[in-house]
Ligand binder design. Structure first.
Ligand code: GRG
Length: 308
């Protein structure tokens, strides 16, 4: 049946792209981890490498690669931009797990950085990873032979998404909302900022690295805006239906922290439907702009059907 073939074809495409992102970005993260330990020696350097060099799914990296190619980018050096985004993401995970935030012991199937080291070290590691991301991004721009103004625009995109109007602001709202019931609009605002902003930036950065025209960047931004929300809705669902072994982090933590989530507001089934709606809308933005949708559509499908 054509429809099923398309679904399994998309799944295979997403899986190949994620495998490629993991392979190429993990290699670069390895190299950066070694380099950082020559700049930051001792236990803090070791902890930095521990946090940076952990095996994630590399969804944000795959989005950078797919967005870049969707607007005609062809250089393998795009993996360096993907590495910069994963570095900001790695910082956010270290701080998210701290006792003053979500207070978690397990991440990516290993003890969280503050459990493997200690809280002051993990706190420093998180902060240090922000300038490391800057270094990684500027090296990426050199590898891609981008101009200084292009690097400036990309740095602004990445660090605004990671900042007070994006990820940090969203985390702040999320922490403030613990134990309170958010309505759907409040929840969407938290999810879009805490998780969606960096995912949106990954898509826009892929386009910027290919020096795509403004209309294409706008479409990639709209796509990222929708898949970013879909990603966090799927995360809410997995927190309820997944196991810690499957997720590599403590399952059921949202309920323990009395967080409002899509599942607490809508239930599992409606949350899944909402995620699928946003993923569908995401692809619509690319189609409307006449961009190549194949790989990005496959990743949108993966984002809402993933099991970890
Ligand atoms: C100073 C208030 C303040 C905040 C600091 C900690 C922080 C910044 C932001 C938290 C952002 C965050 C961790 C959002 C959750 C995003 C999320 C769903 C992470 C899990 O992503 P996956 O599933 O993980 O892609 P892997 O391990 O596969 O990379």
């Amino acid at each position: 049946m054509p429809e099923r073939r398309q679904v399994s074809g998309e799944a295979a495409l997403a899986s190949a792209l994620l495998a490629e992102a993991r392979e190429r970005v993990d290699r670069l993260l390895d190299a950066w981890s070694e380099r950082i330990q020559t700049i930051v020696p001792g236990r803090t350097g070791e902890a930095l490498a521990y946090a940076l060099n952990t095996p994630g799914k590399r969804v944000r990296a795959a989005l950078v690669l797919a967005a870049y190619r969707s607007v005609g980018g062809i250089s393998p050096a795009i993996a360096a931009v993907a590495t910069a985004v994963e570095t900001v993401h790695a910082y956010s995970l270290v701080h998210d797990d701290l006792p003053c935030m979500d207070d978690d012991a397990l991440r990516r199937g290993r003890p969280t950085t503050h459990r493997a080291y200690d809280v002051p070290t993990a706190t420093r590691v998180g902060f240090l990873l922000v300038p490391v991301a800057g270094l990684v991004l500027s090296q990426a721009a050199r590898d891609l032979v981008l101009s200084e103004p292009s690097l400036g625009r990309m740095a602004r995109e990445l660090f605004e998404a990671g900042g007070i109007e994006g990820m940090v602001g969203g985390q702040w709202l999320d922490l403030e909302a613990e134990g309170r019931t958010l309505d759907l609009d409040g929840l969407i605002a938290v999810h879009r900022a805490k998780t969606g902003a960096l995912i949106r930036a990954a898509c826009v950065l892929g386009g910027m690295a290919a020096e795509a025209p403004p209309a294409a960047l706008e479409a990639l931004g709209h796509y990222g805006h929708e898949v970013g929300l879909a990603f966090q809705i799927a995360d809410d669902v997995l927190d309820v239906i997944g196991t810690s072994a499957q997720l590599g982090k403590t399952a059921g933590r949202d309920a323990e922290l009395a967080k409002s989530t899509y599942v607490s507001v809508l239930g599992v089934e409606r949350a899944r439907e909402e995620a699928a709606t946003h993923a569908h809308r995401a692809v619509g933005h690319l189609e409307a702009a006449g961009l190549e949708v194949g790989a990005l559509a496959a990743l949108a499908g993966y984002i809402v059907s993933r099991e970890s």
